[in-house]
Design a protein around this ligand. Structure first.
Ligand code: HEC
Length: 208
């Protein structure tokens, strides 16, 4: 009887002591397997008093330029003149099937939320009224159809008015791939406003 009592007390204590709650991680078997020994970038290590906020890695100094992007910033600075000059910057990536597909994939991650999947400026950010509409109606607007690839690259790199820079999301190659997709959308016919399914199907076959 006494043995059973002692055993159940030990089990209960064990269950309570090992369980994790709040800030108590409980008893951990081999904590090395949960926590990296190496420092995680940008994580907080309070004892690193010499680094601001105890950060393990500091943010790059303001004005730091990523490798391989120095040329662009000098040639086409973030100024109205730089924007105009960027028209001469030709698409550095071939419009192969592969690049177009990758451009579409990236567009559907980074751009559709405002410009819409078909480039109609009907993405949720715009339709929910959180953002002012772009000044052009949609990508099928002659303004976008005639907009040089270089200028689009400039806008993706630096942003323009309400559109922020996407330079930290897309590598230079990826920007050119997305531009191929923007140009592809710009050549699509205007949307078919009809309940006639054959009309929609016909349009679909041209857009795919
Ligand atoms: C947060 C919403 C938003 C996102 C996300 C966004 N855009 Fe825009 N975009 C805008 C707005 C607003 C404008 C109009 C800027 C202006 O005032 O001329 C614009 C303008 C443009 C233009 C016209 C540029 C010019 O020179 O006039 C192009 C092309 C474009 N966007 C492509 C893209 C591509 C490609 C992406 C994804 C990499 C993207 N946008 C992501 C909101 C957005």
């Amino acid at each position: 009887m006494l043995n059973k009592l002692i055993a159940s007390v030990i089990i209960c204590t064990g269950l309570v002591a090992c369980s994790s709650h709040g800030e108590n991680p409980g008893i951990e078997y081999a904590p090395d397997m949960y926590y990296s020994k190496g420092y995680e970038p940008y994580s907080q290590m309070r004892h690193m008093a010499y680094n601001e906020n105890g950060m393990t890695m500091r943010k790059p100094v303001i004005g730091s330029i990523a490798r391989g992007q120095l040329d662009y910033i000098y040639k086409f600075p973030d100024t109205p003149e730089g924007y105009e000059a960027s028209a001469s910057n030709l698409n550095a990536v071939e419009a192969t099937e592969e690049n177009l597909m990758e451009g579409e994939r990236l567009y559907n991650i980074y751009c559709w939320s405002c410009h819409g999947k078909e480039g109609k400026n009907d993405g949720p950010v715009i339709t929910e009224g959180k953002f002012a509409k772009p000044p052009f109606a949609n990508y099928q607007d002659p303004y976008i159809q005639n907009l040089p690839d270089g200028k689009i690259y400039h806008v993706i790199t630096y942003g323009k008015n309400m559109m922020g820079s996407h330079a930290h999301m897309l590598t230079p190659t990826q920007r050119w791939q997305v531009i191929h997709h923007v140009k592809k959308l710009s050549k699509n016919a205007a949307p078919v406003v009809s309940s006639d399914s054959t009309a929609v199907a016909a349009q679909d076959s041209t857009t795919n």
